[in-house]
Design a protein around this ligand. Structure first.
Ligand code: NAP
Length: 255
């Protein structure tokens, strides 16, 4: 499948849509995949200026970028983002469901709003984006969906019942979509990062970060580049026989 090749030549370029791309891991994934072809950059509308900044960075390395703000929890906005992307670049090869939020709290104190908002963005958002993208990929008879899960979706985490449940759900969604879409040549995989240095983990204090590092066999927090390299692998031809899998990028934290 030439469209999955890691090669920026026009006939082989990979067209990618990354959600939550204005900062953190999503931004780095977008810059990494921009080396393989055009990227559509999505994030919530409030992040449009930062998205424009990422688009400039993509152009700075000789890539092509489209800025397409929209809330992944709103079906009509998601459909518009996918439509814009296909109109601009003619196809859609890779969807990276990266947008995610945390609203941490202990179970007995967790509000319904904390619970519902995290499930809504992390799980329903990925469902809506996948549903829209899959319609395009089914017609193409090729494509690749990569869901950003988390090791806490596999191991659980005190204070993150909502987040862990959303990421465990995302893994179930990944496996079901993988089975359903495989006959049309579409792969669906999840990446489960451990603790990655990013705005999300910057919220933790230095002491908490040091304690976490001591639990990681490789002895350090991961980087967004570690995650982006795994995404690039799953999006490439080298991973064309891999589907329904969860690739942990966690320094050996969960094994
Ligand atoms: P981040 O810096 O908070 O970036 C996530 C981006 O998604 C933000 O720009 C966020 O905007 C955006 N977003 C939130 N709700 C959205 C919506 N409804 N529609 C569109 N975009 C939305 O997080 P990150 O650390 O880079 O994490 C990226 C992904 O990796 C997430 O799915 C996260 O769960 C996962 N992950 C991260 C780690 C880690 O250690 N950092 C570990 C495991 C998994 P707002 O800022 O306005 O919310």
């Amino acid at each position: 499948m030439t469209a999955k090749s890691d090669d920026a030549s026009p006939e082989q370029a990979l067209v990618t849509l990354v959600t939550g791309a204005r900062r953190g891991i999503g931004r780095v994934i977008a810059l990494r995949l921009a080396r393989c072809g055009p990227v559509t950059l999505n994030d919530i509308a409030e992040g449009k200026d930062e998205l424009e900044g990422v688009a400039e960075e993509v152009r700075g390395i000789g890539g092509r970028a489209l800025v397409a703000p929209g809330d992944v929890t709103e079906a009509d906005q998601v459909a518009a983002v996918v439509k814009q992307s296909v109109e601009e670049f003619g196809r859609l090869d890779v969807l990276v469901n990266n947008a995610g939020i945390t609203r941490d709290g202990l179970l007995v104190r967790m509000t319904e709003e904390q619970w519902r908002s995290v499930l809504e963005v992390n799980l329903t958002g990925a469902f809506l984006c996948s549903r829209s993208a899959a319609k395009v990929m089914l017609r193409q008879r090729s494509g690749c969906i990569i869901n950003m899960a988390s090791v806490v979706g596999l191991m659980g985490n005190a204070g993150q019942a909502n987040y862990s449940a959303s990421k465990a759900g995302l893994i179930g969604l990944t496996k079901s979509m993988a089975r359903e879409l495989a006959p049309r040549g579409i792969t669906v995989n999840a990446i489960a990062p451990g603790f990655i240095a990013s705005p999300m983990t910057d919220k933790l204090g230095e002491q908490a970060r040091d304690k976490l590092s001591s639990l990681i066999p490789l002895g350090r927090l991961g980087t967004a580049e570690d995650v982006a390299d795994a995404v690039a692998f799953l999006a490439s031809d080298a991973a064309s026989y891999i589907t329904g899998q969860v690739l942990k990028v966690d320094g050996g934290m969960h094994m």
